[in-house]
Design a protein around this ligand. Structure first.
Ligand SMILES: *[C@@H]1O[C@H](CO)[C@@H](O)[C@H](O)[C@H]1NC(C)=O
Ligand SMILES: *[C@@H]1O[C@H](CO)[C@@H](O)[C@H](O)[C@H]1NC(C)=O
Length: 306
């Protein structure tokens, strides 16, 4: 009796497993990928995997689409690589796509679609996003040639090609400036701050010791690049210069004042004295048009003659 029960049990198990297997096959095509988010370096090959877990159709229809900014386009269609990837990629078993030489324009989402008409569930798709890293190019750096002690200044660094966006570091006479000057005995007294995201190097109060050669480096996962060093000179407040300028201004003012006084006095003298012919020079001088402007002009001239 017990033996018969055991036999029945094993039949049941056998039936269930085979039914499950059949069911699984009938369920149809199922896709899988090893990476849903793929990073590649520009100019290197990359394979996007589209693995077929189960299928019972012999010749499934395989398609790949590229979706960039929400717009889909074919990259594998009717058994051919087409569109952006033409001549730059190939399909590999079972449904992978291999890009030989990635470019920055390949950054997009890719959808593998498999249609299996003989399967009960006859379609599956899988979405993979590809991001192509781009090495930074030489950044554009701006370093002031001279700054005055005690003033504030900013050095700037910018790079636009790198992907992902690079982080910036600054170097002073070939020593990297630490993010926080307080952390380094060498730069402890400096007043700078660095923004590694924007590339700005700001000094609140420039010291003599901040003079030197500066360069900046832009770096991301794909590589780094730096601008050539540029000299920043720090000069003292020019007290002598300021004094000389003031002195000159005062001298000029005094000269002017003196010449005005002089011409005024001379004008009075002319009026009183022997200058009839001069004074009567415009025949109609008694008329209305003998104005202040003319007089001024005349006086001015005479002051120069003297
Ligand atoms: C990849 O493409 C770039 C230009 O698009 C080319 O300069 C480079 O030589 C190519 N690399 C390989 C390995 O084919
Ligand atoms: C920083 O300033 C302090 C006090 O003014 C001084 O003793 C020290 O030597 C300075 N350090 C550097 C590296 O210049």
């Amino acid at each position: 009796d017990a033996a018969r029960w055991r036999l029945r049990g094993s039949w049941l198990v056998l039936f269930c497993t085979s039914a499950l297997a059949t069911f699984h096959q009938l369920v149809g095509v199922t896709l899988r990928t090893t990476d849903k988010i793929v990073w590649a370096n520009e100019f290197e090959p990359i394979e996007l995997t589209c693995l077929i877990e189960s299928i019972s159709t012999n010749n499934p229809r395989i398609e790949w689409k590229k979706i960039k900014n929400g717009v889909p386009s074919y990259v594998y269609f009717q058994n051919k690589i087409s569109g952006d990837l033409e001549h730059r990629a190939q399909l590999r078993e079972p449904a992978n796509i291999l890009i030989f030489n990635t470019s920055r324009s390949d950054t997009a989402e890719y959808r593998c679609e498999v249609a299996a008409i003989d399967d009960q569930r006859d379609f599956d798709e899988i979405l993979i996003s590809l991001a192509v890293r781009v090495k930074p190019v030489v950044p554009r750096c701006s370093v002031p040639e001279t700054v005055t002690v005690g003033t504030s200044t900013e050095l700037r660094c910018l790079e636009n090609e790198g992907f992902p966006a690079p982080l910036y570091r600054w170097f002073h006479n070939n020593d990297e400036l630490p993010q926080d000057p307080k952390n380094s005995p060498k730069f402890a007294n400096s007043s700078y701050s660095i923004n590694p995201d924007t590339g700005g190097l700001k000094f609140r109060r420039v010291r003599k010791e901040d003079a030197g050669e500066y360069y900046c480096q832009a770096k991301n996962d794909a590589g780094h690049a730096q601008c050539p060093p540029q000299m920043m000179e720090v000069c003292d407040v020019d007290i002598l210069g300021i004094f000389l300028k003031c002195f000159c201004a005062v001298v000029v003012f005094l000269c002017l004042a003196a010449s005005i006084c002089h011409s005024l006095r001379r004008g009075c003298f002319h009026k009183k004295g022997h200058n009839e012919n001069n004074y009567n020079w415009p025949a109609q001088s008694d008329g209305v048009d003998y104005g202040d402007a003319d007089e001024g002009h005349f006086r001015h001239k005479s002051s120069f003659i003297i």
